[in-house]
Design a protein around this ligand. Structure first.
Ligand code: GLU
Length: 507
């Protein structure tokens, strides 16, 4: 097989939605699995939809995800430029060749004339009128007008578009890797504009010309492009490139969590989770949409979650590094059915990755949050805090929110715990325990536990009688990691001090 070359071809019309990141990811995994190349091509032929910052956004987002590009607008490559507006001059000759060969034609219709045609057809009972083999005969185009008239208009510089001449009643077939054979009759297709009066190709022509000239071997893209694929197949044929046509794989949609329709850009903030990889601020309205990166997600967890939206490894393994994904990925295991987005599962992935990190690594991120909150703490101490808290956290920020007591004595005490567990005789026990602990020379977690249990035994007390009171004294809370670990980390002096404060404040 010739070299595998795939492309991710977004249009810079806004931030890259996670559906787009999934497309980029599958392209990347497929390419790397086959030892091929991953190309990023910016499809900006529709200049009316251009959004400033969108291109920079997507490059930065792909970088954060760890999706590496072999050829792109950033570092170039052998088949550049990698942005369609910079390839502008390449497209017209192909459109003209199609006209010359009788597969396309010039259309001079103004937008008023197009509207009038649609209205005429609607009045005649056609619900969705199209520019096609029937209507084209009544329009201002090089098939309906005389040759002289056409020449006259071209010479006068009249604006024109180039449309594909859709044949009548022909079957177009394509063998999609995920969907199998897709058959469409040309009677159901219209004479799409392939070159616009503004001098730019439309998506269809540019996409095919670029895939061909960039030697793309596989087109892996979202299902929403499946309806365009038959037109692309015809363009390959009419341009004489049938033998070099890439293989197609149309990926299933990503659905809303309830399965009702496609996950949209608006769903995220509506349902309370990000739908963008990184935060995006609309340059015009300054409105911000949340992103996974800023939300504290571990990028490996984000990627792992995305990889499962449409693909599965066929085993029970759920945790995959990027390298493992590359090794395991194949398009055969991508399904046709839409994949429901599951936000709880996304959080679960993050939790798994968080737990797998060492306290030292997590401490680096926690230190950033601590600094923001004006807390100074020793790296080693913070690493131990992370070790103790990571089992209970989904995000690094949870460790700060749930573990503030590691950094300062509690200022309030959990009411429910006090109500239920701080009885009349509790202060006496807390005081005695404090004195016992003060006598310890080895303040290790094990030793504190031994002493604590010894005290309970001697006084015939159950765990529930003293442990919650001890915990609330040190942390202010009713729950948390092993209290003996916490006490040991805080140290003897701080532990005793907190018990004294609690005895003073509670009651
Ligand atoms: N420019 C199209 C998009 O925005 C690319 C579709 C394709 O991959 O062919 O998704």
């Amino acid at each position: 097989m010739s070299e595998v070359r795939v492309r991710f071809a977004p249009s810079p019309t806004g931030p890259l939605h996670i559906g787009g990141v999934r497309t980029a990811l599958y392209n990347y995994l497929f390419a790397k699995n086959k030892g091929g190349k991953m190309i990023l091509r910016i499809e900006d032929t529709d200049q009316t939809r251009f959004v400033p910052g969108a291109e920079e956004y997507l490059i930065d987002a792909l970088k954060w995800c760890g999706i590496e590009l072999d050829e792109s607008v950033v570092d170039g490559g052998e088949y550049g430029p990698y942005k369609q507006s910079e390839r502008k001059a390449m497209y017209l000759p192909y459109a003209e060749q199609l006209v010359k060969d009788g597969f396309a034609y010039y259309a001079f219709d103004t937008s008023e004339e197009l509207t009038a045609m649609r209205e005429r057809m609607k009045a005649a009972g056609v619900p969705s009128p199209q520019y096609n083999s029937v209507t084209r005969t009544t329009m201002q185009n090089s098939l309906a007008l005389s040759e002289d008239e056409v020449q006259k208009r071209l010479d006068a510089g009249d604006p024109y578009a180039i449309r594909i001449k859709m044949p009548r009643n022909e079957e177009v077939r394509l063998n999609d890797i995920i969907r199998g054979w897709v058959l469409v009759n040309t009677n159901n297709m219209d004479d799409k504009v392939i070159f616009k009066s503004d001098g730019m190709p439309t998506y269809h022509l540019a996409n095919v010309v670029d895939d061909y000239t960039m030697k793309i071997s596989h087109v892996i893209r979202g299902e929403e492009w499946l309806p365009s694929a038959p037109l692309h197949v015809l363009l390959y044929k009419y341009l004489g490139w049938e033998n070099a046509m890439p293989e197609f794989a149309h990926l299933p949609l990503i659905l809303k969590p309830d399965g009702n329709g496609k996950l949209s850009k608006r769903d995220g903030d509506r349902l309370g989770f990000p739908v963008f990889p990184t935060q995006w601020t609309n340059p015009e309205t300054k409105e911000t949409s949340s992103g996974y990166r800023e939300g504290g997600y571990i990028k490996e967890a984000f990627i792992n979650m995305l990889s499962f939206l449409g693909w599965n490894p066929g085993t029970t393994q759920e945790i995959f590094s990027m390298q493992e994904l590359i090794e395991a990925f194949s398009l055969d295991r991508v399904g046709k059915a839409g994949a429901k987005f599951d936000f709880d599962k996304t959080r679960w992935f993050n939790q798994q990755y968080l737990r797998a990190k060492s306290g030292e690594v997590l401490a680096q991120d926690l230190q950033v949050i601590l600094k923001e909150n004006g807390v100074e703490a020793d790296d080693k101490f913070v690493a131990t805090v992370c070790e103790q808290l990571k089992e209970r956290a989904t995000f690094v920020k949870d460790m700060w929110e749930e573990g503030k007591y590691y950094f300062s004595a509690p200022t309030s005490y959990d009411e429910k715990t006090i109500r239920k567990k701080w009885k009349e005789d509790t202060p006496k026990y807390v005081l005695e325990l404090k004195d016992r602990l003060a006598g310890l020379s080895d303040f290790s977690s094990e030793n504190i536990e031994i002493e604590f249990k010894k005290y309970l035994e001697e006084n015939e007390l159950g765990m529930g009688k003293l442990l919650p009171a001890f915990r609330v004294s040190l942390t202010g809370l009713g729950m948390g990691p092993s209290l003996f670990d916490i006490a040991s980390l805080l140290g003897k002096e701080e532990t005793i001090n907190r018990m004294e404060i609690a005895l003073e404040k509670i009651n």
